[in-house]
Design a protein. Structure first.
Length: 305
């Protein structure tokens, strides 16, 4: 369902998020920003940004999502817990599990499992449907992420991430042969101009920096390590595709058909996480070995070479 709002001449110069909060009952500025960042606010079929300044007399189209219950049902789902104390819990997330509930995935998520395991001992800063979630990894990306069990820990970890002090390392298998042994991809990422479900390298996107190192070259493929300096949505997947070497199995940014299409998801694993404990200020490092699906890919590449 779509809703249209027409700005007036006196609205000229207002920020879009402020304008929407004024015009829509029960819509806070923060909620307006979330709607805008999700690509649901347009004008003349162009996706708008939250700091867009109104010109007056323009038609603003809002894609309204039907409200869903925010009640999260705790589910007794298996969790691979790498570390846990009173402040944080580090999870090795399995491939195929969504991190938090959203449209189309209200159950079976990591948050549902955490609610069962932790009860009400999760931070509330990120709202009712994302308790404890400080950062995310994609559904079909496996590996490490840290969850906050209270608001103190959440704020501390969020500040570390904002200052690029949390080290997040990944490994992936890419199509093609990377020529350079190492490098940095420094390209801004934002919502795709025509496909709002995708991200893309765009000139007016948010800064995004990804470092990479070649681990091993195979016939037609490269096993590669990645380190995130920033944490944009789909960052490694978008950057890998941008340099012409998408991650194998990626249904969104990868090739349509290949010997690894059967994976039905990107071969990407978060294998290392370094952070400062929010309470003790001690630097902690965590590792997660490659899961079976990743090992099977490596075995197949070894047999081909």
């Amino acid at each position: 369902m779509n809703k249209q709002i027409i700005s007036r001449p006196e609205d000229k110069g207002k920020r879009l998020d402020t304008f929407l909060a004024e015009q829509c009952e029960d819509l806070t500025r923060n909620m307006a920003q979330i709607m805008i960042e999700s690509g649901r606010v347009t004008s003349n079929e162009k996706v708008l940004k939250k700091n867009y300044k109104l010109s007056g007399n323009e038609v603003i189209d809002i894609e309204v999502v039907e409200p869903q219950s925010t009640e999260i049902v705790p589910e007794n789902l298996p969790l691979d817990i790498v570390y846990e104390d009173a402040d944080i819990i580090v999870i090795n997330k399995k491939r195929g599990m969504v991190v938090h509930p959203a449209v189309g995935n209200w159950t079976g998520t990591l948050v549902n499992a955490l609610m069962y395991h932790c009860g009400d001992r999760l931070s509330g800063i990120n709202g009712e449907i994302r308790p404890g979630i400080v950062h995310r990894i994609d559904k079909d990306t496996s590996g490490l992420l840290v969850v906050a069990k209270n608001d103190f820990a959440h704020q501390h970890l969020a500040d570390q991430i904002a200052r690029h002090e949390v080290k997040r390392d990944y490994e992936a298998v890419l199509y093609g042969i990377l020529r350079e042994n190492s490098g940095t991809i420094n390209q801004p990422i934002g919502r795709h101009k025509t496909d709002r479900k995708k991200m893309a390298v765009i000139a007016d996107g948010k800064p995004a920096i990804t470092h990479y190192n070649v681990l091993k070259r195979y016939t037609g493929y490269t096993h590669t390590a990645f380190a995130l300096e920033t944490g944009r949505t789909h960052q490694i997947r978008v950057h890998a595709a941008f340099i012409g070497h998408p991650i194998i199995g990626d249904p969104v940014y990868g090739v349509k058909k290949d010997r690894f299409t059967y994976l039905n998801g990107q071969c990407l694993h978060a294998n290392h996480l370094t952070l400062m404990h929010p309470r003790t200020n001690i630097i902690m490092e965590f590792d997660a070995s490659r899961p079976d699906y990743f090992e099977s890919v490596i075995a197949k590449l070894e047999s081909m070479s």
